[in-house]
Ligand binder design. Structure first.
Ligand code: ADP
Ligand code: MG
Length: 428
């Protein structure tokens, strides 16, 4: 029998124990993960996915229970041993944002090896072999922010592999990538598992990726509510998404519904929206770009009309026109876009909107339009250096009555932390 590479026993994680804001992020989890397995933790925002990954990586301690990784109890390690274990056993892939943009690709790749005892020329050799495998050998002297998103992801993947870890952890690695780069990244994870024989553990809330895993742990409110084995795992990100029937896609988006309920949903979907799920997703993306001022009304209509190959929703021209008009109408009613001729946003505005979307990525509360405007303004001022980090946080926290955004303190702190992370890794 194959020994599991990870064994989790009666694991609970409680944040702020004993305080009024106590949160049980993980509740009595038991599971095993085997060598060379590709598993996914799938669940809505706040369900405990990141916490799970932190615990597996030894970055968060269990409140109760045990985590055995590669036959060792991770949380009995003293600090120094934990770091060593980290470097040798676990590689973490974050989003492309976490490359250090002021360093060259080469130095980014060498970074995890700094603490290893190996001689310099050996480290260089190892780095070059990996760079070649990931097709970035001719990019080594470039700064990482001069690379395309897909290339940055390949650098991040190569970096995670440099100490030849057995286990790769990835926390929503494609959260901020467009679909092309998301596809590249997902293919890298598949390859790490298939070709490099790594155990891959991915955390995501996006059902499109479930098919790549051998097993999926559905996580909800800190508990594993379902474990599903994939009989026909996909190993190519390119075609994978199209291979699913609408019912399968729905079942992944709503893992907790019964099959009859899913069929009912499908019928309702057909009645309300004469588009298939892929089209719906695409239309949603296009509308999003429009209300984020990245497309003008005309561009939106054109996108709706274009074929899927060209990045469009492949509607008939007349349908695209009608739908476009309705979107504009509704958006005006809901005061989502102003009733003025569509304008092209400045590069600064685009940047601010991107950052705001990044900050809100994990946020599941509701915001008023007014709050969003204030957040944008604060981001802009922070970017322009008119607002110090602490003042940015204060402004988010301050009540609306007093001219602030009126977020709660923890959200304000989180947003501020995320913004600084991005600024830190982007500033050259
Ligand atoms: P996910 O990654 O699935 O969105 P998380 O693991 O980040 O979920 O969070 C699980 C729960 O724990 C959420 O309710 C979250 O608000 C809470 N939580 C996460 N980190 C902390 C923290 N450092 N302090 C207090 N509560 C936290
Ligand atoms: Mg998370």
């Amino acid at each position: 029998m194959v020994e599991p590479i990870i064994r989790v026993e009666n694991l609970s994680v409680i944040y702020e124990p004993g305080k009024t804001n106590e949160v049980a992020a993980l509740k009595d989890i038991n599971l095993e993960i085997f060598p060379e397995e590709y598993v996914i933790f799938f669940g809505p925002s706040g369900s405990g996915k990141s916490t799970m990954l932190y615990v597996l990586g030894g970055l968060e301690r269990p409140s109760t229970g045990k985590v055995i990784v590669d036959k060792q109890d991770v949380h009995e390690f003293p600090e120094k041993k934990l770091m060593e274990f980290h470097r040798s056993t676990i590689g973490i892939i974050f989003q492309a944002f976490y490359l250090i943009s002021s360093l060259s690709v080469k130095d980014n790749l060498l970074l995890p090896q700094i603490f290893e005892g190996a001689p310099h020329n050996e480290r260089i050799k190892k780095m070059k072999i990996l760079a070649e495998r990931f097709g970035i050998l001719d990019r080594l002297e470039k700064r990482s922010n001069e690379l395309s998103g897909g290339q940055q992801q390949r650098v991040a993947a190569a970096r995670a592999l440099i100490n030849d870890p057995k286990i790769i952890l990835a926390d929503e690695p494609v959260g901020n990538l467009d679909s092309k780069n998301a596809e590249i990244t997902m293919q890298i994870l598949v390859d790490l598992n298939q070709k490099f024989k790594k155990t891959v553990i991915l955390v995501t809330h996006d059902p499109r990726y479930l098919q790549f895993a051998h097993r999926v742990f559905y996580i909800e409110d800190g508990k594993i509510v379902r474990t599903v084995r994939n009989a026909e795992r996909q190993v190519s990100a390119k075609t994978a998404v199209q291979h699913l029937s609408d019912l399968e896609k729905l079942s992944q988006a709503y893992p907790y519904l019964t099959e009859t309920r899913l069929r009912a949903k499908m019928i309702l979907n057909q009645l309300i929206l004469p588009f298939d799920l892929d089209q719906q997703r695409k239309i949603e993306e296009i509308i999003e770009q429009f209300i984020a001022h990245k497309f003008t009304a005309e561009e939106m209509v054109k996108k709706l009309d274009l074929s899927a190959d060209q990045g469009g929703a492949s509607l008939y021209a007349s349908t695209a026109r009608r739908l476009g008009d309705e979107v504009i109408e509704v958006a005006k009613e809901l005061q989502i876009v102003e009733d003025t001729p569509a304008h092209k946003p400045s590069p600064m505005q685009v940047k601010v909107m991107e950052l705001r979307r990044f900050l809100l990525d994990d946020f599941d509360g509701d915001l008023e339009v007014d709050q969003i405007h204030k957040i944008d303004l604060a981001i802009m001022n922070r970017l322009e250096g008119k607002l110090a980090r602490a003042d940015f946080k204060k402004l988010l926290d301050l009540a609306a009555k007093k001219g602030g955004v009126g977020l709660n303190t923890r959200t304000a702190r989180n947003f501020s932390k995320r913004l600084e992370l991005v600024l830190m890794s982007r500033r050259s």
